[in-house]
Design a protein around this ligand. Structure first.
Ligand SMILES: [Zn+2]
Length: 146
């Protein structure tokens, strides 16, 4: 079982697959950096269901996001975020967060939400969605091999 450093390394290897897609070269540097960060983020995400370095990172990020939402008096989104945070903590390790269904649904739902709430086209955000899929897939592949 690879630790968080192993998952980061494998996510970075999978992220290299983005070079194979035609959208990669014209993507500006901040976009490329964001893709790598998203890939690593989703490379760590599935282990949010167990005591791990990834869980610590995600809980701090979710806590900060929830505090920001409450500060902005966006209580409905804060409540939904709080509900979503609890879900992985209620399941067993390598449960639903380690499924291919979750690999598609979680990045897919975020992709659709960003497409809906931003002024960009689905094509503009597709590299980030693909980076999320590659990161998530890297985690599932690593856990199945080790
Ligand atoms: Zn795992």
């Amino acid at each position: 079982m690879p630790g968080y450093r192993g998952h980061i390394f494998i996510a970075l290897l999978f992220c290299g697959l983005l070079y194979l897609f035609p959208f990669w070269m014209p993507l500006p540097l901040p976009g490329k950096i964001a893709c790598v960060a998203i890939c690593v983020f989703f490379g760590l995400w599935p282990d949010v269901d167990t005591k791990s370095k990834g869980q610590s990172i995600f809980l701090v990020l979710f806590f900060a996001a929830n505090v920001l939402l409450i500060y902005r008096q966006d209580y409905q989104r804060a409540a939904y975020l709080g509900l979503l945070i609890v879900l992985p903590l209620c399941s067993r390790h390598r449960g639903w967060t380690h499924s291919i269904t979750a690999m598609i649904l979680i990045p897919g739902a975020l992709y659709l939400a960003f497409v809906h709430y931003s002024n960009t086209t689905p094509t503009d955000l597709f590299p980030y969605f693909l980076a999320a899929l590659l990161g998530y897939g890297s985690h599932l592949a690593a856990d199945r091999i080790w």
